[in-house]
Design a protein around this ligand. Structure first.
Ligand code: SF4
Ligand code: SF4
Length: 492
């Protein structure tokens, strides 16, 4: 026997114990220093077993093996990983659809090329009611094809509340379809919060409204600077009023996108949130870094799939600014299963010098968020994200299908269409995503089952290759240490 490649170990010096996590089985144990020493001996290639091992040692080895911390050999680990990842890909438990009902937005955010800048909104796509009907029909066909236990719908944009008729129509149609088939349905809305009202919430509640996620980019002054209206007016106070109005009616989570300039204002935001009457109703508070990259200036109409076309994706602005915060929410109490563990799907890794700095900041903010008692993401269970799941889709305003929100707008990477039209380029893209395996570049990294090589949209946008990992190992290592201390306090 040998220790699994997927073991993570955190020494708890003050207790003379060690926290163990296996990322493949998700088993977590706190073991004595003696058991940790057994793992060290096995890692060194020492044979431990009858007749020389004590009964305590045999018992400890059995426990470790039962929980996946010991495997026969490297091949066993690899085969288990392959089974796990193909299970994720083919899993039919959930049909997960993110609907971009419009690419228009009423904000003029500093870091986003979408929204109320110039004449962007004049030309930005908006889903029509006819397309919404067809999207509902396509999802209903999918329900009948894969027979999931649940449907999770996430309304996203642009700003989804700028296209309420489409959101209402799809929610209502899919509620009827799921109820007729005995399928659970959860609806999430990711909004900037400016148009969030009791009326909107009450209209959506009968259709499985599971949560509303609102973005606050720092304390009042910072948020107002980062997320103003076109005329420069601040939006913080109005959003807070709206949250107060609906906090009793639906679960609210708060997201935020920070960069080097805004990150220091987040502790003040957390302190402010803590003082609010709705503080104990927030179901999640989670902040993510955004990364600015070098300017990309496409000079002419790009060929599909070319480097310059990549520069026109949702992840990069015509003027070279990048970054669209992509923050799908999970259903119920489940982890995000990796959806967009950086704000923009913009990983960084080898491409971004700020990455290490911002990973540190993310660790600090996670710690602060927990210290104030807010539920937050553990920073470890990040993936595999939707791009690796055959039954997770994003529908663009024109009915094009994408494997995740990070690729929306790149027609060369559309994997299908709600009309089921067969087009070679979409088929090719679908095949390409089915073959994705960036983790193959990750060697013997213990995080592969909860990371799978990072954000593929960031890899494509920044590195030009979906199969090159964008790595946030440093941040995940800090998160494991934090998880270990939380686990120990929970059982103390
Ligand atoms: S590839 Fe990136 S943008 Fe797409 S779902 Fe995964 S983390 Fe999010
Ligand atoms: S991207 Fe980094 S953390 Fe993720 S699996 Fe690969 S090496 Fe590990």
């Amino acid at each position: 026997m040998r220790p699994s490649q997927f073991n993570l170990r955190v020494p708890l010096a003050e207790r003379d114990e060690e926290f163990l996590l296996n990322t493949l089985t998700d088993a977590q144990l706190v073991v004595s220093a003696d058991v940790a020493a057994l793992l060290d001996r096995l890692a060194a290639g020492e044979f431990i077993g009858a007749p020389s091992a004590t009964s305590d040692e045999i018992e400890a080895l059995d426990l470790l093996a039962e929980n996946g911390f010991l495997v026969a050999n490297h091949e066993e680990d690899q085969q288990a990983l392959d089974r796990f990842l193909s299970g994720v890909k083919s899993d039919t438990t959930e049909l997960n659809v993110t609907l971009l009902t419009t690419l228009q937005c009423n904000f003029a955010c500093d870091y986003c090329f979408q929204g109320d800048h110039g004449d962007y909104n004049k030309f930005a796509e908006k889903m029509t009611l006819a397309t919404a009907e067809r999207a509902a029909e396509w999802m209903t066909r999918e329900l009948d094809r894969i027979h999931p236990e649940r449907l999770v719908l996430t309304f996203f944009g642009g700003e989804p509340l700028l296209n309420l008729p489409v959101m209402y129509l799809i929610a209502e149609r899919m509620w009827e379809a799921t109820q007729a088939r005995g399928v659970e349905m959860y609806v999430n809305i990711i909004t900037n919060g400016l148009l969030l009202t009791e009326e909107v919430v009450d209209r959506m509640r009968p259709f499985g409204l599971n949560g509303v996620k609102i973005t606050l980019d720092g304390d009042r002054d910072t948020h107002n600077r980062m997320r103003p209206l076109r005329g420069g007016q601040g939006t913080f106070d109005r959003i807070l009023e709206n949250i107060r109005a609906v906090a009793d009616r639906c679960p609210i989570s708060i997201g935020g996108n920070f960069d080097e300039r805004s990150v220091d204002s987040y502790p003040a935001l957390l302190a402010f949130l803590k003082e609010q009457a709705f503080a104990d109703k927030l179901v999640k508070v989670n902040f993510k870094p955004i990364f600015r990259t070098d300017e990309v200036k496409p000079s002419s109409v790009p060929a599909p799939g070319s480097d310059s076309e990549r520069g026109r994706s949702l992840l990069s602005a015509p003027d070279g600014r990048r970054l669209i915060p992509l923050t799908p929410v999970g259903s119920g109490a489940q982890s995000l299963k990796g959806s967009c563990f950086t704000a923009a799907g913009e990983g960084g890794g080898t491409a971004c010098d700020a990455c290490g700095v911002l990973d540190d900041k993310m660790t600090f903010l996670r710690h602060e968020t927990k210290r104030l008692g807010f539920p937050t993401h553990d920073g470890v269970h990040n993936g595999p994200c939707h791009v690796h799941m055959s039954h997770a889709h994003t529908i663009g305003p024109d009915g094009s299908l994408y494997p995740c929100p990070g690729f929306t707008g790149q027609l060369a990477l559309s994997t299908g269409h709600i009309d089921d039209r067969l087009e070679a380029r979409r088929e090719n893209a679908r095949e390409r995503f089915l073959r994705l395996s960036p983790w193959k570049e990750c060697g013997d990294c213990a995080f592969i089952p909860v990371c799978a090589g990072g954000c593929v949209a960031a890899s494509y946008s920044q590195l030009g290759d979906m199969n090159t990992p964008t790595c946030h190992k440093q941040s995940m290592q800090s998160a494991v240490i934090s998880l270990a201390h939380d686990a120990v306090s929970a059982v103390a």
